[in-house]
Design a protein around this ligand. Structure first.
Ligand code: 6PG
Length: 245
């Protein structure tokens, strides 16, 4: 069953979310030596990333053993204000000074969005193959097991760049997929994670702020008909919703 944690105050929500991430990151490093962290884009996680780059969280986080990936990216140059990579880099990565080897961004410089998705998946496959090579438990699984995936949610129930009508929602084999027509601003093609990739994670954390999205969260928790993308998230590990006004 998903855990839903509600906050009246957005700052408190971000604080508890940051603590949760640090705890999870430390536990992952104790268990298997590193922390694989998939990040969300959009505006909601901005203050969370800012917090993680500051004390006490910056020193609680095992940054030197953390590898970051993005659950979705807009197909725009990395210095564009619409880039999820740029937002994360400005708020967090450039401040905690993560090494280039630990930052696995979507290769938006590829000539097409399809190629960008393909290449990103390839890079991810090589990374996980290397880190899971000696792990008997992980042998034969066609999907990677991220330690933590953060997701935001749109008012239409989309998450990452999986919109209600996206063909990518049906993907059963790929880890990352191209999205030519997004269902929300900015209207640029995207690269997105797929449902089986999310659902293979050790932990998925939704971060949702804004009263207008609360009803939908309750409906998803009660089992909404028609299953918007966010309702299809049901990981093998834990699922926790951080909700705030
Ligand atoms: C993106 C996202 C997207 C986002 C939601 C919520 O790149 O746009 O990853 O799924 O998380 O649209 O967006 P806000 O946080 O801006 O409300």
């Amino acid at each position: 069953m998903p855990e839903i944690i509600k906050f009246k105050d957005v700052n408190e929500c971000m604080d508890v979310a940051a603590k949760f991430i640090c705890k999870h990151a430390v536990a992952s490093c104790e268990k298997h030596g590193l922390f694989t962290f998939m990040l969300a884009g959009g505006n909601t996680p901005r203050p969370l990333y800012r917090l993680l780059a500051k004390r006490p969280y910056a020193s609680d986080m095992p940054w030197e053993r953390t590898h970051v990936f993005w659950g979705d990216e807009r197909y725009v140059p990395i210095d564009s204000d619409e880039s999820n990579y740029k937002m994360t880099n400005d708020e967090m990565l450039s401040i905690v000074k993560l090494g280039a080897r630990q930052i696995h961004r979507v290769p938006v410089e590829e000539p097409t969005v399809e190629k960008a998705a393909e290449k990103y998946e390839q890079e991810m496959r090589e990374f996980f193959e290397a880190i899971e090579a000696d792990d008997e438990e992980r042998k034969g699984d066609p999907f990677p097991r991220f330690d933590l995936v953060i997701l935001g949610m749109g008012a239409d129930g989309h998450m990452a760049s999986l919109f209600p009508e996206s063909p990518a929602l049906k993907e059963e084999e790929r880890w990352m997929a191209p999205v030519k027509k997004p269902g929300a601003e900015p209207m640029v093609p995207r690269v997105t994670l797929t449902i089986p990739l999310i659902n293979n994670a050790r932990c998925v954390m939704f971060l949702v702020t804004g009263e207008e999205k609360h009803d939908l969260v309750s409906k998803i928790a009660d089992g909404i008909e028609g299953k918007p993308p966010a309702a299809q998230v049901s990981p093998v590990g834990s699922l926790v919703w951080f909700i705030s006004s």
